[in-house]
Design a protein around this ligand. Structure first.
Ligand code: AMP
Length: 306
């Protein structure tokens, strides 16, 4: 069954304390779909690019069998553009430029007949996120949602409407706190359990992630300590994209399979941050994924003696 990923395709300018790269390929749909493609070969992107986006750049997706059937080219707008600057800890950043004009012209397909197993609502305008859910004639088994502070600040009402319609919220700690207006992550996580939401995943960058279940249980998903972090951009999108790809290939969507999927998400994200832009994802192999899974097992095998 197909996995659909809605999100941005972008030109990103990335500034870290060590490098500056202008207009590299990025965007939430780009990172998430590449990550998902390691686990499933039935990925559809729903997104748009502008007149300034050459067809040759689309080969990155085509080479990985990612379907572009629902990608639109909008001739009177330029591609979504984002510039971010990382602080010396390489974990926090500020957005310097964000040009969202293309989202005003972009529309999602009116009707999608294919039955999706999973729908990822990556970081993009909440208006498009809501319309995408409504496009499906048959509802997905799992809807995963992500957003960023920009939309929390500018489209709070629309965001709430979307959140109520999804199964899993997967969001950064900083954004969760902003949404809940509360420093406590536990309370912030609880505030997302509205409408249909059954799982809340709080991403904490280099400190891993925590999944909260509706019954109050929480499970910690570690991140691999790395020698070299060149560019954390897209790590969050890769995390959910890989997890969604893994679940799309799983027999059932259960508590156990979701935790396993998030561990794979953390593994693929560890490759992403080691290079600039999507570079870290391009040389990942099945063998390298298995090696890192073994490292994760060691990292998490604490024996608690009481
Ligand atoms: P992450 O580091 O996982 O938060 O994702 C960074 C990616 O999100 C970059 O490639 C950006 O192009 C994209 N992005 C940043 N801001 C937005 C926004 N407001 N809407 C959609 N995508 C965005």
């Amino acid at each position: 069954m197909p996995l659909f990923i809605l999100g941005s395709i972008a030109y990103d300018t990335i500034i870290t304390p060590f490098v500056r790269r202008e207009r590299v390929l990025g965007g939430s749909a780009t990172y998430a779909s590449l990550a998902a493609s390691f686990f499933t070969n039935n990925v559809h992107i729903i997104s748009a690019v502008g007149f300034d986006f050459p067809d040759s750049l689309l080969n990155v997706f085509k080479e990985r069998n990612i379907s572009l059937k629902y990608l639109k080219k909008i001739e009177n707008k330029s591609t979504f553009y984002w510039a971010g600057k990382y602080f010396p800890d390489m974990n926090s950043r500020e957005t310097i430029i964000v040009e969202t004009g293309i989202f005003d012209e972009m529309d999602v397909p009116e009707i999608i007949n294919e039955k999706p197993k999973i729908l990822v609502l990556g970081n993009i305008s909440p208006v498009l996120q809501k319309r995408t859910i409504q496009s499906f004639k048959q509802q997905p088994e799992l809807i995963i949602f992500d957003t960023i502070n920009f939309w929390i600040k500018n489209n709070n009402k629309e965001l709430k409407e979307v959140i109520e319609m999804v199964d899993m919220v997967c969001i950064n700690d900083e954004e969760a706190r902003l949404w809940a207006n509360d420093y406590s992550l536990k309370r912030a996580a609880r505030s997302f359990f509205i409408g249909n939401v059954k799982y809340v995943v709080i991403k904490k960058g280099e400190h891993g992630a925590i999944i909260f279940f509706k019954d109050g249980e929480a499970v910690f998903i570690p991140a691999l300590p790395l020698e070299e972090v060149k560019d954390p951009t897209g790590a969050g999108d890769v995390f959910i994209g890989a997890a969604a790809g893994f679940l799309n290939n799983s027999l059932e969507i259960s508590r156990d399979s979701i935790i396993k999927a998030l561990i794979y998400g953390s593994v693929i994200a560890s490759f992403c941050v080691e290079e600039i832009g999507i570079g870290g994802l391009l040389n990942v192999t099945k063998e390298k994924i298995s090696e890192r899974i073994e490292l994760f097992k060691k990292l998490s095998s604490v024996i608690i003696k009481i």
